[in-house]
Design a protein around this ligand. Structure first.
Ligand code: PXL
Length: 279
């Protein structure tokens, strides 16, 4: 069985980051080791959350793993709280990773053209260093515009997305998968670039007219799980896009509230069926 490490916060309530990654990737048949970057009562869209930063714990935990000679088939990073943690990740990619370790970076820092609370432009620029070391990055349009310096747009054509992908390629990643890309009315999906071959990949499915917290984390978790089960990045992106749209539809039908995230628990059997059918 493949073993991965995922590094992100634990938001106790609100179904995002670690509380999605751990159950979803585990259910996909991949051992999922966690390194929590912070402990929060809720994600930051709730007001006044109680929060404990865990930066001081990261090195003792990883040093213990080094003494135990633990290695990972992939390291998947998501929401990191502080710039200092980005420096630590760059170090951990070397100390915990080997030649074969895939580095998957979701540079979580904003959405809808805005940074999440607690992040600033310096943090966005620092994230470029993570992307340089990554095999695969999975930003949304907001994050891509923050890292490339290109303007954020809500109305766009394929050339704009292409320019974001080219800007991300300059950062040094091998593959960039841009999420939340809508190439025609009523549709949304991804557009990706394999910088090694120049190949562009587009996938669009129906657009669910709702916005729930944590859908980016669901996409990245399914994507990571699928890659570890041997799917190509393009197959993994299609599975992740389909599953995220389906889970949003189910949540909408259930009357879910945006800040409580998506009802991924209910759609898990469908995810496993979809994965099994592709293996
Ligand atoms: O889903 C992204 C995310 C993860 N973790 C925390 C957040 C957010 C987005 O706001 O606040 C703590």
């Amino acid at each position: 069985m493949k073993r991965i490490l995922t590094v992100q916060d634990i938001s106790c309530l609100g179904r995002c980051s670690m509380t999605i990654a751990l159950p979803v990737i585990s259910a996909m048949g991949v051992e999922t080791v966690i390194l929590p970057t912070a402990l929060l009562s809720t994600h930051t869209l709730f007001r006044d959350c109680a929060r404990m930063d865990l930066t001081d714990m990261l090195r003792p935990i990883t040093e213990h793993w080094q003494r135990e000679d633990i290695h990972f088939d992939a390291i998947y990073t998501g929401y990191l709280g502080r710039e200092e943690q980005i420096d630590m990740m760059l170090e951990f990619f070397d100390t915990l990773g080997g030649e074969e370790t895939r580095i998957i970076v979701d540079p979580v820092m904003g959405d809808n053209g805005r940074l999440y609370s607690g992040f600033n432009q310096e943090y966005a620029e620092k994230n470029r260093l993570l992307c340089r070391r990554a095999d695969i990055i999975i930003p949304n349009i907001t994050e891509a515009s923050l890292m490339t310096g290109l303007p954020y747009r809500e109305e766009y054509g394929e050339e704009y997305i292409r320019s974001l992908l080219d800007g991300l390629a300059v950062l040094g990643t091998k593959v960039a998968v841009l999420t939340g890309v809508s190439l025609s009315p009523g549709k949304t999906g991804i557009m990706g670039l394999d910088t090694r071959t120049g190949e562009i990949f587009r996938y669009q499915n129906r657009r669910v007219d709702a916005s729930f917290h944590g859908t980016g984390d669901l996409f990245s978790s399914v994507f990571t799980g699928a890659m570890m089960r041997g799917l190509s990045w393009k197959e993994a992106a299609v599975l992740a896009a389909d599953h995220t749209a389906y889970t949003m539809e189910v949540t909408l039908a259930n009357g879910g509230l945006p800040r409580f995230g998506v009802d991924f628990e209910e759609t898990m059997p469908e995810l496993i069926r979809g994965l099994s059918g592709r293996l």
